[in-house]
Design a protein around this ligand. Structure first.
Ligand code: EPZ
Length: 436
């Protein structure tokens, strides 16, 4: 099985081009199926999750074309299959998003039971509830969810129990072609959601994001193909930022809109990181002063993203004092700390809420708070770290880059699903990473 071998212990410097964000690219691909023409996604990343989504789209009858550089063209004129195949990876959140889209296009949808990275239960109850509110009839079996509609889907008024990213996307897909005007309350407003709303409107939809997390969606009769650029991956950019500060290096990330990192910069600066915006889409990250501990609470946008907490934790191992991370989005997202501890970090996981945010996990005994004591030098005497999920995987790469000695990283397919081949992509960095 392919591996990464990393020799760490030196500052990481250089430049890296950010990839198109998988968490928008894959959703934009699903959106393209709503049009009966061709949509072009510029800056589409050729990564595992996009390939998996390509397979699902092709199974439905869409025609895909990568012949233009960095552009994926999706011709959805002849959608004919309502059965979404089980993704090869076994874990991927896209099938449930296809439910509403295929319902519109074909009157029925059969999607497999989905999971995602192993970071919590990750149910799909909000998605199913929303589809029912729009008039879908859903039956659940061992193989998945079967949805049918009688006539056109009807607009509804629905309040999401929590501002879920995926469920907000489902509501958008269900609402844009439904009959009438829908009001969806308590929606997610992550930059990838804003981009999706913008893209749907460019396809002819009538979606308005109101203050107070409310969407007003006036259903239209049809949507048209469009061209749209995939935004850079703000999670990956934050990881390179944390690596620069953690190793006392200096990394410039290209192709990333600084506004998507708005609430990363404050905590990064508070720890001792430095930021220089070099152009519309180029940001330099470095260590401005000795790193010191801080308190982080993850939250939905505009809060501190849950996907930023793993790289941030690696940086915090180098900060003096006791840092706290209160994870309020996923109930079990600290398994990766064991690997950091194996490299010499001092961490402790707590089931208490170590923070002031109202948290759904209070009193439930979930290991969702962490304490990190620093600074601790990290060392690896030939350790092997097995990647549990995408974001933790990049944090392992960072930890290995920080640790003196050689570290082997296995199950790298989980990293490459979202970040592509890191050996090739980090050629502009002084990171000593090779294939095993
Ligand atoms: C998206 O997952 C991202 N994945 C995640 O990134 C990201 O961490 C997450 O949003 C939060 O920002 C993709 O975009 C593919 P949610 P999603 O629905 O949409 C609960 C990565 O590595 N919930 O916002 O699945 C859920 O259990 C991944 O790229 C329900 O209870 O996340 C979680 O606690 C990791 N019922 C919370 O809501 C539902 O029906 C937030 O999940 C749906 C969600």
């Amino acid at each position: 099985m392919p591996k990464y071998i990393i020799r760490g212990g030196r500052p990481v410097t250089g430049r890296i081009q950010s990839l198109g964000a998988k968490n928008f690219a894959t959703k934009a691909m699903v959106a393209a199926l709503l049009a009966d023409g061709t949509t072009r996604l510029i800056n589409a990343p050729r990564i595992g999750d996009v390939e998996i989504t390509c397979d699902m789209l092709e199974a439905s009858g869409a025609k895909l074309d990568w012949s233009m550089p960095s552009t994926l063209a999706i011709d959805a004129a002849n959608i004919r299959s309502a059965k979404v195949p089980v993704p090869d990876s076994g874990s991927n959140r896209i099938p449930i998003l296809l439910l509403g889209v295929l319902l519109h296009r074909l009157g029925e949808a059969h999607v497999p039971v989905v999971s995602g990275c192993n970071i919590g239960a990750r149910p799909v109850d909000f998605h199913l509830e929303a589809a029912k509110m729009f008039g879908a009839h859903i039956t659940v079996s061992d193989t998945g969810y079967h949805a049918v509609r009688k006539g056109r889907l009807k607009a509804c008024h629905y309040r999401l129990p929590y501002p879920s990213v995926g469920a907000t996307e489902s509501c958008l897909f269900l609402g844009v072609l439904a009959e009438g005007t829908s009001i969806i309350e308590n929606v997610a407003t992550e930059p990838e959601i804003i981009a999706l709303i913008t893209m749907l409107n460019a396809m002819g939809a009538r979606v308005q994001l109101m203050p107070n997390r409310e969407l007003i969606i006036q259903g239209v009769d049809r949507l048209y193909g469009t061209s749209f650029e995939v935004l850079g991956d703000r999670i990956e950019a934050a990881s390179w930022a944390a690596l620069a500060a953690a190793t006392d290096g200096d990394i410039t990330v290209e192709g990333i809109d600084p506004s998507t990192l708005i609430n990363f910069f404050g905590p990064f600066n508070a720890v001792g990181g430095g930021v220089e915006i070099e152009g519309a889409k180029s940001i330099r990250f470095f260590r401005r002063q000795p790193l010191k501990s801080t308190v982080i609470e993850t939250d939905v946008f505009p809060g501190f993203a849950t996907d930023w907490q793993q790289p941030f934790a690696v940086m915090l191992t180098q900060a003096s004092g006791a840092s706290i991370i209160h994870e309020t989005v996923y109930e079990r997202r600290f398994d990766y700390l064991a690997a950091l501890s194996a490299l010499g970090a001092r961490t402790q996981i707590e089931t208490h809420c170590l923070g002031s945010l109202e948290c759904r996990f209070r009193g439930h005994d979930f290991p969702h708070s962490a304490i990190i004591l620093g600074p601790t030098p990290l060392r690896s005497a030939g350790l092997t770290l097995d990647v549990p999920d995408l974001r933790a995987g990049l944090a392992y790469v960072m930890a290995a880059a920080l640790a003196e000695g050689e570290t082997t990283i296995t199950s790298i397919a989980r990293i490459e699903r979202g970040y592509g081949n890191l050996i090739e992509r980090t050629r502009g960095l002084s990171l000593a990473i090779g294939a095993g």
